[in-house]
Design a protein around this ligand. Structure first.
Ligand code: HEM
Length: 161
C-alpha cells in the first residue's frame, strides 16, 4: 500500500530534501535582493543637483545636434545652447559626488581642476553659440565634438564610477 500513501520513505525523504534546497535558494535570493536594494542608492549619481544640471546640458545639446544643419531652427538652437550655458554655470557651483573619495590633501586641487573644466565647457558652449548664430554648420559641429570630448574627459576624472 505504499503507493497510495505517497511513495516510498526514500521518495519522501528525496521530496523533503528538494523542498528544503528550494527554500534555501529562495532565502539566498531574497538576501541578495535586499543587499542590492541597500547598495544601489549609494551608487546612483543621477539625482545629485550636479547630475540634474548635467542632464539639462545633455538634453539641450542632443536637440541642437539633431537640428544643427537646419537653418529654420537657428533661433531654437541658439536658445538651447544658452540654456545649456546656464546649467553649466549652475553645475560649476556644486562639488562632484566623487569629492568624498578624494584624500583631504588632494581635495583643493581636485575641485580646482573640476572648476577649470567647467569654465572650458562654458567657453565651448560660447563657441557653439557663435557658430550657430553665424550659420557656420561645420564650425558648430566641430564645437559640439569638442564639447563631447570634454564630457568624456570630465567624466573620467570627476564622475564617481
Ligand atoms: C557635453 C558636456 C556634458 C554632458 C552632456 C554631461 C552630462 C552628464 C549627465 C547626463 C550626467 C548625469 C547622469 C550620469 O550619471 O551619466 C552627468 C554627471 C556628471 N558629470 Fe557631466 N556632462 C558633461 C560634461 C561634464 C564635464 C566637463 C565635467 C567635469 C568637469 C562633468 C562632470 C560630471 C560629474 C562629476 C557628474 C556626476 C554627478 C555628481 O558627481 O554629482 N560633466 N553628466
Amino acid at each position: 500500500m505504499a503507493g497510495k500513501t505517497g511513495g516510498t520513505p526514500a521518495g519522501k525523504i528525496q521530496k523533503q530534501h528538494t523542498t528544503k534546497t528550494t527554500q534555501m535558494k529562495l532565502t539566498h535570493l531574497f538576501s541578495l535582493l535586499a543587499a542590492f536594494a541597500i547598495a544601489v542608492p549609494a551608487f546612483a549619481e543621477e539625482d545629485t543637483p550636479l547630475g540634474k544640471e548635467m542632464e539639462k546640458i545633455g538634453k539641450n545639446l542632443k536637440a541642437v545636434n539633431r537640428d544643427i544643419a537646419d537653418a529654420s531652427k537657428k533661433a531654437d538652437n541658439v536658445k538651447k545652447v544658452a540654456e545649456a550655458k546656464e546649467a553649466c554655470a549652475a553645475a560649476s557651483k556644486f562639488e562632484p559626488a566623487k569629492t568624498k573619495e578624494v584624500p583631504a590633501a588632494e581635495k583643493a586641487k581636485f575641485l580646482e581642476g573640476y572648476k577649470a573644466s567647467m569654465v572650458e565647457m562654458g567657453k565651448g558652449l560660447d563657441a557653439l553659440k557663435a557658430a550657430l548664430e553665424a550659420g557656420k554648420t561645420d564650425e558648430a559641429k566641430a564645437a559640439l565634438d569638442k564639447l563631447n570630448a570634454g564630457k568624456k574627459e570630465g567624466h573620467k576624472k570627476y564622475k564617481a564610477d
